[in-house]
Write a new protein. Structure first.
Length: 616
């Protein structure tokens, strides 16, 4: 979604802002802008399209100011045009604004401002907010206790309904930025003689690792040498400075062509990081530091509820399977976007979990807030440290896989699966699972990174398959039990980065409709594992074959597939039920990636998609 960068300091602002905007490109956007304050003027360049476009335009203009801001816009109100891109300057020329989020009452504000003579050149809600700020700023008396600028922002925001992360500059206060949030993340960067603000740490981590996470309802005032935070109600806030634990090289390609490729190949190390320190000393169960609920409280839970969106929901579905299978406790999963509105009846002893790589997905955040309003404790499984979900949850488990830049989630997903496995072990050991079964489970989880390495070694083989299958326009992904969510994930990966239509189904469900799609033109990817479902999955494959469909089988090594049944076979290691979904994911990630590369798609920035969906 939209990205924000602001800078006040000793260096030229524009190159730093453009660099920050490039680091935010992965979040998804359709236009970009940069503005500095210099020689008593706002100098603004904004363009529809990529940051590279903006950079070319910016090179034609003299941008020397040391104070400025930039934005990547993902259109909500108004089309993708230069005029609708941010920053927006108020019609009296005094205020400049960038904004993430949606101002719901902008129409009534606009009517009011038109009666006061303000003019509009864009179709955006942001420009309305900018003019309202200018209106309040013009009326603001000099106040000894607080800056006029902060006071005007506060008064304006009291009239706003909706969500925002904003950065504001005033022409007569050039070395100052005022920034505020409600529902849209903002992080302050505290540097040496410089201050920054961004919607995502990755935009500022090259300048400083000292950050302050702004909370909803807070307003920050930044100058090159100071920062202060107050609430919307003018209360003082004592800020906590956090240290970012990763550096900018973690968010660079380091020799790979795409971030998605890098993140696929990083998975063995990512899994090791996600499991480090997470086993009990006796080696028979899992160990979590930040649950903030006692083992006794945990033991008392009769049910678990999981909410998430997209890929993270698929990880929840695997977790549901594992907890029910090993701990025999009922689990429910729901789309966060549905849960937040459907007023679902919940049992009293239910522990609520949300899963979110970014920790900023608005639907997941809203589902969490709804569960908390109903009096449930909510734990978050989350990757981005300091994210809104992490901070508002009662406790949780960090994924610790470092920044995930590719829009298509890969290493975050497999680490969520691993944490799901750890969680099911933890809950199972509190119930019927024996010590020795626990030890075996732990050993199996520890073996996951090596199994993933083994599958990654087949990358060239999978690339060959991808070249042969990139021509198809439809594909089915079919699996059973814990591999059904992996079928959903395979279909999602393929469609989001290659734009090939794909669907995931439980293999046996195929007969109830999707089989009508089967022809030579619609191949099917089957997940086949040894064990109770083996023959049933083979039957489903036969049904496809009988109708002329081509088959790619992702099969564990001991599966004896009937001769000629599969057109392509990818062998994966035989492994524990909690590890199998992780290992089975790797071939579909690689297949989708290589198909997208073959089709020359923009793998890391697929059309219409955003890394973290912060608007409803
Ligand atoms: C797909 C993908 C999305 C996200 C979803 C939730 O590859 O990445 O489906 O999984 O938008 O995002 P988080 O996990 O950040 O809440």
């Amino acid at each position: 979604m939209c990205g924000i960068v602001g800078y006040v300091g000793k260096l030229k602002a524009a190159p730093l802002i453009l660099e920050g905007l490039k680091r935010l490109e992965y979040r998804g956007y359709d236009s970009a802008g940069v503005m500095v304050c210099q020689d008593g003027k706002f100098v603004l360049v904004k363009k529809a399209g990529r940051v590279a476009n903006l950079e070319k335009e910016a090179a034609k203009v003299r941008l020397t100011g040391h104070f400025g801001m930039g934005h990547t816009r993902w259109a909500t109100h108004g089309g993708v045009t230069d005029a609708n891109a941010h920053p927006h300057i108020s019609s009296d020329g005094q205020i400049a604004l960038i904004h993430n989020g949606v101002i719901e009452n902008y129409i009534s504000m606009k009517k009011f401002l038109l009666t006061k003579g303000y003019q509009f050149v864009s179709e955006t809600d942001t420009e309305v907010l900018g003019n309202l700020l200018a209106y309040h700023y013009a009326k603001e008396p000099a106040n000894a206790e607080e800056s006029r600028f902060v006071s005007a922002v506060r008064k304006t925001l009291l009239h706003v309904e909706g969500t925002y992360g904003i950065v504001v500059m005033a022409l007569d206060a050039p070395g100052e930025l005022v920034t505020a949030r409600k529902g849209s993340p903002l992080i302050l960067g505290i540097g040496d003689g410089e201050s920054l603000v961004a919607s995502d740490v990755s935009a500022i981590v090259s300048r400083t690792q000292s950050v302050v996470y702004l909370n909803d309802g807070e307003i920050a005032h930044l100058t090159p040498s100071s920062f202060s935070i107050t609430t919307l109600a003018a209360g003082e806030v004592s800020p906590v400075i956090d240290k970012v634990t990763w550096s900018i090289t973690d968010a660079e390609l380091n020799g790979y062509t795409h971030f998605m490729e890098k993140e696929i190949f990083e998975q063995p190390a990512a899994l090791e990081n996600a499991m480090r320190g997470r086993f009990s000393e006796d080696g028979s169960t899992a160990n979590f530091g930040g649950l903030n609920i006692t083992p006794a409280e945990f033991r008392n839970m009769d049910r678990f509820m999981f909410c998430a969106c997209g890929t993270a929901l698929h990880a929840c579905m695997v977790t549901e399977h594992l907890i029910e299978r090993f701990a025999r406790v009922p689990v429910e999963c729901d789309y966060a976007s549905e849960f937040r509105y459907r007023n679902m009846p919940l049992f009293s002893n239910t522990l609520f979990f949300v899963m979110s790589q970014s920790g900023e997905t608005i639907d997941t955040l809203a589902a969490m807030r709804e569960a908390k309003r109903k009096g449930y404790k909510v734990l978050a499984i989350n990757n981005v440290v300091g994210s809104t979900i992490a901070r508002e949850a009662d406790g949780g488990i960090y994924q610790h896989v470092g920044p995930e830049v590719g829009v298509a989630s890969t290493k975050a997903f497999t680490s969520q699966l691993l944490i799901g496995g750890l969680l099911s072990l933890y809950i199972a050991r509190m119930r019927d699972m024996s010590f020795s079964d626990g030890v075996q489970f732990v050993q199996a989880l520890k073996g996951a990174p090596d199994h993933v390495r083994t599958v990654l070694m087949q990358a060239e083989h999978i690339k060959g398959i991808a070249k042969r299958y990139a021509k198809y326009r439809d594909m089915l992904f079919l699996g059973r039990l814990s591999l059904f969510p992996i079928a959903l994930e395979g279909a999602l990966k393929l469609k989001e980065i290659s734009y090939i239509h794909a669907e995931g189904y439980p293999a046996a469900e195929m007969k109830h409709g999707p089989i009508a799609l089967i022809s030579e033109e619609c191949p099917a990817v089957f997940f086949v594992s040894s064990g109770e479902m083996f023959h049933k999955v083979i039957n489903s494959m036969q049904e496809i074959k009988a109708r002329g469909g081509r088959i790619i089988a992702i099969a564990t090594e001991s599966c004896q597939l009937p001769d000629g049944l599969a057109d392509e076979v990818i062998i994966i290691p035989e492994c524990h039920e909690a590890v199998l979904p992780i290992v089975a994911t790797i071939p579909v990630q690689l297949l989708s990636y290589y198909i997208a590369v073959e089709l020359k798609r923009d793998v890391d920035k697929p059309r219409n998609l955003a890394k973290s969906v912060t608007v409803e």
